[in-house]
Design a binder for this molecule. Sequence first.
Ligand code: PEP
Length: 243
Amino acid sequence: MIYAANWKMNGDKDFVNSILSQIKDNILPNLSDGSSLILCPPTIYLSDVTDRCKNTSIQSGAQDCSAHENGAFTGEVSAQMISGTGAHWVILGHSERRQYHAENNLLLTDKLRTAHNAGLKVIFCVGEMHQHYIEGTTREILKDQLSVLNDASLANLNYIIAYEPVWAIGTGLVPALEEIDLIHQFIKTLLKDTANPPKERTVLYGGSVNPDNAKDIKSLASVDGVLVGGASLSSDKFKQICI
Ligand code: PEP
């Protein structure tokens, strides 16, 4: 089971230092065999987190990267720079990037390519908006979002998927267990047929995962892990999700 924490733009240096100590001391030693932790702090703290996770099994990742390799792109951080910190992962396609930064399939294809060229592994996020869920067009939306993985430049891309219904993120709402299961199975079927299938078809669930619902979500055979936002900002809650 993979436990990925997306701290988004939260916390400060002291917070990051303290929660990291708690995760190393209280969660890591109690993880079940075969489980792993991926921590995605704000980019400014990525080097610190990565350094402090050296010699542990904890991996770190960025929450985004530039679509460009380098150059005059003020404020951007390249995939190469992320990889240079020793971090292994980058989250791409998060709904907050799609929503607030107008990230579309074209841009995401470029970001996936730069991440791949820099040797980063990708957590690629997909998910439908509430309107799509109501209309029953979730599968069409996911198919379209996942279609970028067919791009010829992404052969051998090392990626996993996070299924995150947009309406479940930060809202306390979660799809029924059966719905999560069916959508994860649908995604896995699509991944099998993509031009660049992953080595292992790993799909995380994300969206209001908390200590009360984690056990049931994790019990689904099609769920390979969880991507946790809000609840990962509390080491106690994150621990109850992971252990
Ligand atoms: C997320 O934004 O990736 C997420 C899953 O957030 P939350 O757990 O707060 O819903």
